[in-house]
Design a protein around this ligand. Sequence first.
Ligand code: DQA
Length: 154
Amino acid sequence: MKILVINGPNLNLLGIREPEIYGNRTYADLVKFIGDVAADCGIEVEVRQTNHEGVIVDWIQECRGKFDALVLNAAAYTHTSVAVHDAIKAVQVRTVEVHLSEPKSRDDFRKVSFIESVAEKTCSGRGFESYADAIRHLAGRGIFCRRLARGEGV
Ligand code: DQA
């Protein structure tokens, strides 16, 4: 199984950006975390980040015939982008929506997600662990991966 992880605008600033909400770990830490979880689940993963809505659309379209599933943190575009919603619908790629924070318990404008209705699952509010939840769901392992099953943690 090969999955694409797309991270949207401002996630490159993790560690600097609102650490009280998003934590102190950096974007490089996140990429390593995702790689470790995927390897543990026996999944091939590619992790990308962009600040541009159209690039997210291009990358979703690229999933056709190339990736088995998409893990998407569309960041602010979650709450605004009909284009990202339409791209997922058009490509029909299995999609899990991810957020570090819990957008629905923040500002009112974050309560709407244009991704939710085209995603098979939303994993949010657990920091980096939201990505682990998404990958393990796609791997069909629930919360258990090999290392966890051996009691070693991730
Ligand atoms: C976010 C939540 C969004 O509301 C926000 O615009 C982001 C990050 C999250 O991961 O918690 O940029 O997607």
